[in-house]
Write a protein that binds this ligand. Structure first.
Ligand code: PMP
Ligand code: GLU
Length: 397
């Protein structure tokens, strides 16, 4: 009999990817589904990046890459961190891997022992809790609702810290809420953390360039905690390169060494061609960032205004990323005459089946009662999806 490990059995499948596959399957069956489940830019990768990849193929970048990434790419990342964020990271403080996802998981596996507590403000991206479980750590969720724009307060953070706390995972701009911590809010969190030198701060800044509130602040700007911040970022969202799978971590050399050892044993260095493409992204013209950012801001305005027309929905005004995270709990207990909506998950399935719009249940982000819509799609798709959702929702009494 084939045995599957407890480790994997206890892991939840990625709800974002499951919904996206479900939507693709329905589409293949001929159903006109609008996919607002998975979070990825709908833009094509900019041409100058694609050209760099083609050149890398022709120039035979075809061999194993250094485990932590090409030095030229680590250098380009260090320069990016200096140019855009004012940080002095040496290339030796950077590890490139198969997406921000791998680097997040690497840092957790490299730094968390069984029983260590990891604080995760929620709503949180689907993979955070599962990655901590994989490391046999204990995810300690700290809830922030719509009333606080989904952001935790310093006193909430302080009360969650125990002698076993080893890490805080902070994601700003946030997936799934689009919330962005201000510089002052981050300083207040850093002031709490300054008292706990054993807590590593894992700052996931993958949506850094998709902000509607000006330049995004980083918790690493605070000198009192800077030496124990690990920044996570990558090219997936900023440069529309989700499929290229390049992300990085930047942080203390001890963490770099541990992550490199880990990566050397289970994936090796990331794809040579994708790394050369990412290097071009960081060193080439940067106008594409603003073009895409503006499109997302226009769509944010559109979806927020349409969401307000859906009876019973409560929304914030997301300041970044490309997600809307409405409170849809007013539909719980309602029925279309055939079936009762008992949870936000039932509502999401009802919307998929009745309105043919694929979204993700808030429960997957540790926030039952909510749902997530990715608006990284055309304005027409957003209008049509919201029209369908409204029509289906008003049938629920
Ligand atoms: N962090 C967050 C918050 C995300 O939403 C995602 C998903 N794109 C990632 C990390 C991983 O990004 P990638 O692996 O594509 O670089
Ligand atoms: N991060 C994206 C999302 O939340 C991509 C899918 C995933 O890796 O979860 O939809």
């Amino acid at each position: 009999m084939i045995q599957i490990s407890q480790r994997v059995q206890s892991l939840a499948p990625s709800a974002t990817l499951v919904m996206s596959q479900k939507s693709a399957q329905l589409k293949a069956e001929g159903v006109d589904v609008i996919n607002m489940s998975v979070g990825e830019p709908d833009f094509d990768t900019p041409d100058f990046i694609k050209e760099a990849a083609k050149k890398a193929v022709d120039e035979n970048f075809s061999r194993y890459t250094p485990v932590a990434g090409y030095m030229s790419l680590r250098q380009a990342v260090a320069e990016k961190l200096k140019r855009e964020n004012g940080f002095d990271f040496r290339p030796e403080q950077i590890v490139v891997g198969n997406g921000a996802k791998q680097e997040l998981c690497n840092v957790i596996l490299a730094c968390i022992n069984p029983g260590d507590e990891v604080i995760i403000p929620t709503p949180a991206w689907v993979s955070y809790v599962e990655m901590v479980k994989l490391a046999e750590g204990i995810p300690v969720t700290v809830e922030a609702g719509l009333d606080s724009d989904f952001k935790i307060t310093p006193s909430q953070l302080k009360s969650a810290i125990t002698p076993r706390t080893r890490m805080l995972m902070l994601n700003s701009p946030s997936n799934p809420t689009g919330s962005v911590y201000t510089r002052e809010e981050l300083k207040a969190l850093a002031d709490v953390l300054a008292e706990y030198p054993d807590v590593l701060i894992l700052a996931d800044e993958i949506y850094e360039h998709i902000s509607f509130a000006g330049k995004v602040a980083s918790i690493a700007e605070n000198e009192n905690v800077r030496d124990r911040v690990v920044i996570i970022n990558g090219v997936s969202k900023s440069y529309a390169m989700t499929g290229w799978r390049i992300g990085y971590m930047a942080g203390p050399v001890e963490v770099v060494k541990a992550v490199t050892k880990l990566q050397g044993q289970y994936t090796s260095g990331a794809s040579s061609i994708a790394q050369k493409a990412a290097e071009a992204a960081y060193t080439g013209p940067q106008e594409c960032l603003e073009t895409m950012r503006q499109a997302f801001e226009r769509r944010r305005d559109l979806i927020v205004s349409l969401a307000k027309e859906i009876p019973g929905w409560k929304v914030n005004c997301p300041q970044g990323a490309f997600y809307l995270f409405p409170d849809v709990s007013s539909y719980i207990g309602k029925s279309d005459g055939e079936r009762e909506i008992k949870s936000s998950g039932d509502y999401v399935m009802y919307i998929l089946e009745k309105a043919h719009v694929a979204c993700v249940d808030g429960a997957a982000f540790c926030a039952p009662g909510y749902m997530r819509l990715s608006y990284a799609t055309s304005d027409d798709n957003i209008r049509e999806a919201m029209r369908r959702i409204r029509e289906a929702s008003v049938l629920l009494k």
